[in-house]
Design a binder for this molecule. Structure first.
Ligand code: PHE
Length: 346
């Protein structure tokens, strides 16, 4: 019997060598270890052996069983590995193939410009504050020194919700809010970007909703030269380092003196072109020194404190910066327009 068992080992080993797949392996396994196998027959006939023989054949058959089991297990691993390798070989990915371009969202040009303005002023130590789009007549007009008879307070020009409440027509309402909120009446500097509303008919250069950035600095010894230096930096940052600015006298009820600021034309460099209508200069914002009455209205002693303020239209800066000629493009969210601002596509 021991010889028979030894023979089973040799035969099985030989046969397994030639097996190519899992199915064939299972067949060989049942042939050598299954119910009807020679090995099983030997096990079944062990009962008739003497105790001496039983021990010997028993230990041999244990050896053969573990030998066969290991043989089958190793072969199975080998077959599985081979299958995996074949699969990996046939599934090979060519990582050099160009991928499909996916359309993704882009930053809106108005947000690009707003963030650029915010970055500049943050770098100069300004706070960026947010204010409500619906505000009181007092904050939008009255405390800003706009008398009740002022044409800007006409219901024809602003969107009034009640007699007292309206959609803010400018971010200057935030001048009042931030000065009133400053209970210790300490110096401060901030900008407030946000949406504003006016009863304008929408066309290529007007929109009933647009956006502004308000700037306000209040402190001791603040002068016009601080305002000029600040706006010069702003113009260079937005329109290029060679830009110059000039102040033109103007009028706003909440600043005194008041100015409109022009930037030297970045298209023709002051020679005169269609962009600057031949003047060499382009108007970009309104500004001035905070009116003493406004300081007093908001609890700041005008004999001790001065301030400057400016208001700049984000749409205007964006249109100038990117050569956009129709304001409507900024509100239509047309992908063909917006994709021009996608840095991935540039
Ligand atoms: N609020 C003014 C406007 O909307 C701009 C401005 C702001 C002017 C601050 C002076 C000071 O036109």
């Amino acid at each position: 019997m021991k010889e028979k068992l030894e023979q089973i080992k040799v035969d099985a080993e030989e046969e397994i060598k030639n097996v190519k797949d899992e199915n064939a392996l299972n067949n060989v396994k049942s042939k050598y270890m299954g119910k009807k196998s020679a090995f099983n027959e030997i096990m079944a006939s062990m009962g008739s052996l003497s105790p001496e023989e039983k021990r010997e054949v028993g230990s041999k058959s244990n050896e053969v069983r573990s030998f066969l089991q290991e043989l089958f297990e190793n072969k199975l691993t080998e077959i599985k590995n081979e299958e995996l390798n074949k699969k990996l070989e046939s599934d090979k990915i060519d990582i050099t193939l160009p991928s499909k371009k996916r359309k993704s969202g882009t930053k809106h040009p108005l947000n690009i410009v707003r963030e650029e303005i915010e970055d500049l002023f943050i770098s100069m130590g300004y706070d960026v504050v947010d204010g409500p789009e619906i505000d009181t007549d007092a904050n939008c007009f009255e405390l800003l020194n706009l008398p009740p008879s002022h044409p800007a307070r006409d219901a024809q020009d602003s969107f009034y919700i009640t007699e007292e409440m309206l959609l803010r027509p400018h971010t200057s309402a935030m001048q009042v809010r931030s000065m009133l909120a400053n209970t210790e009446k300490k110096p401060f500097k901030l900008i407030c970007p946000g949406k504003t509303y006016r009863r304008d008919d929408d066309d290529a250069t007007h929109s009933h909703q647009f956006s502004q950035v308000e700037g306000l600095v209040v402190g001791e010894d603040i002068s016009l030269s601080d305002l000029k230096g600040t706006l010069e930096l702003f113009a260079k940052k937005m329109f290029g380092k060679d830009r110059e600015i000039r102040f033109r006298a103007s009028y706003f009820p909440f600043t005194e003196p008041s100015y409109e600021v022009d930037v030297s034309c970045f298209n023709c460099n002051k020679k005169g072109c269609s962009m600057c209508k031949g003047t060499g200069w382009i108007e970009i914002l309104g500004c001035g020194m905070v009116h003493p009455t406004v300081l007093e209205n908001c609890g700041f002693d005008h004999t001790k404190y001065q301030g400057f303020a400016f208001g700049v239209g984000i749409e205007r800066v964006t249109m100038l910066k990117y050569g956009i000629t129709n304001l409507k493009l900024l509100y239509q969210n047309d992908y063909r327009f917006l994709k021009n601002f996608d840095r991935k596509e540039m």
